[in-house]
Design a protein around this ligand. Structure first.
Ligand code: PXG
Ligand code: PLP
Length: 436
């Protein structure tokens, strides 16, 4: 390794362990990364859940190259450029029919902060300024901004950072291994866990609650699909109490579940949804929120002429390169039928996932869309260690997976072939059989 590794403080990484034994990726094409030692690595995670069209698609590369030469940057405040409007229209056409106002930022974390701020601004604009409370859910991941960790429910991401936002509360999570082990798709049991919102309404009163934010499928915590009817029930309770429902679709949006958003699969329409990651195939950072037109109109119409109606935005909101990448990416998804491909691959995917039942260390298996989780039995007094060894061993054998806690998450690019699904699971079986 030629590089000096000292200066780069790596995100969500065991820095000392990594720097003692680094894993570097130097190139990528299609389904494969190339490692610094020249090996082809099958991408079982679409990078970090973003590269749904695989790597280096020439149509996306060309669009970014063209845009960099044409207009590298344009101020985002009090100024526009055509591609930002085009990208917003294109995204609005893919999100649920009522979500037509698109606000751009640069990441999922910023999208979450933006969504929470839209919710607060809306409640105030409609004369409900007392509704300042935000409700998240245990085990939720909403990025790393102060808003996101406040509504998030992963203790390791919260405990170092003090009191965060005030007035946040959390719903119970939906994982119930006593009733829902080895679930294919949505768990049968647990719709009633949505009623936990009624507990929080009884505790705080609805007049203090602005919004509830959940991931339709909670991915980072280990892939938890919503129990059947859970999201419908949550939607109904929000409606009853005039609480906004925010879906954090940073992972689920644009293909992962076989549709543009989770609404295409679950049929539940949020008031606000976030997106990031796959919107540009990961090639240029871009995040955003899709907001109900009525929410947008209430905020915008509540201030006088000439006023900045929503004092929020980023230097790089609607960045030209990101918008070019988004437009090209969404074209590729449509041209190549990649959302539909998920439905075609799913039976084989699900069969290979659940064929792992009975292998050493396998405590649970879950799948939905082109996502799977392999939950391992943890080693005594060493949480996460077995899954991390599994991840390293897969990497040595030429397969990239993701370890979170003692769960292995899989989310390959949607271009994966059935034969590559077999390669992925053949390697996983070998690793499981040899794992201490
Ligand atoms: N919300 C959700 C639902 C996410 O999954 C974010 C917000 C934050 O996005 P940014 O772009 O700020 O990272 C995410 C990100 C993993 C993993 O392995 C998941 C994410 C990021 C990195 C790793 O589970 N999700
Ligand atoms: N900090 C300082 C000192 C700034 O001037 C700015 C933007 O102008 C920011 C933070 C916010 O940066 P961004 O708009 O890229 O989020």
């Amino acid at each position: 390794m030629r590089n000096d590794l000292t200066s780069y403080w790596m995100p969500f990484t065991a820095n000392r362990q990594f720097k003692a034994d680094p894993r570097m990726l130097v190139a990528a094409r299609g389904m494969f990364y190339r490692s610094h030692d020249g090996r082809e690595i099958l991408d079982g995670t679409a990078g970090l859940w973003c590269c749904n069209a695989g790597h280096g698609d020439p149509r996306i590369v060309a669009a970014i190259q063209r845009q960099a030469a044409e207009l590298d940057y344009a101020p985002s405040f009090q100024m526009g450029h055509p591609l930002a409007f085009d990208a917003a229209s294109r995204i609005a056409a893919l999100t649920p029919a009522t979500l037509d106002a698109i606000f751009f930022c640069n990441s999922g974390s910023e999208a979450v902060d933006t969504a929470l701020k839209v919710a607060l601004a809306y409640q105030r604009a409609r004369g409900q300024g007392g509704r300042t409370r935000l409700i998240g859910r245990e085990r939720g991941y909403h990025g790393v901004g102060f808003g996101g960790i406040s509504v998030g429910g992963i203790v390791g991401n919260r405990k170092m950072f003090g009191t965060m936002l005030a007035g946040v509360d959390h719903l119970r999570h939906t994982h119930d291994p006593t009733r829902n082990l080895f679930t294919r798709g949505m768990p049968e049991h647990g719709a009633e866990l949505a009623d936990d919102l009624e507990r929080l309404v009884a505790l705080h009163d609805a007049s203090t609650i602005a919004a509830v934010i959940v991931e339709p499928v909670a991915c980072s915590t280990g892939v938890l699909a919503p129990p059947k009817n859970y999201l419908q029930r949550l939607r109904a309770i929000c409606d009853r109490h005039e609480i906004l429902l925010i879906f954090d679709e940073v992972i689920t949006a644009f293909g992962r579940l076989g549709g543009a958003s989770s609404t295409d699969l679950f049929g539940v329409v949020p008031d606000i949804m976030t997106f990031a990651k796959a919107v540009t195939n990961g090639a240029v950072p871009l995040g955003g929120v899709a907001v109900a037109q009525s929410i947008h109109d209430t905020i915008v119409d509540s201030s006088g002429p000439g006023a900045v109606e929503f004092p929020h935005g980023y230097t790089y909101s609607g960045h030209p390169l990101a918008c070019a990448a988004a437009l090209a990416t969404l074209d590729v998804y449509a041209e190549d039928g990649l959302f539909e491909r998920v439905g075609q691959l799913e039976p084989h995917w699900e069969a290979r996932v659940h064929a792992l039942r009975g292998q050493p260390h396998v405590a649970d298996l879950r799948n939905i869309g082109l996502i799977a989780a392999i939950e391992l039995t943890p080693r005594a007094n060493e949480p996460g260690a077995r899954a991390f060894d599994f991840y390293r061993s897969c990497f040595e054998r030429g397969v990239l997976v993701r370890a979170t806690g003692d769960t292995i998450a899989l989310s390959p690019p949607l271009i994966i072939s059935p034969a590559q699904i077999d390669d992925l699971f053949d390697t996983i079986e070998t690793v499981l059989r040899n794992l201490p």
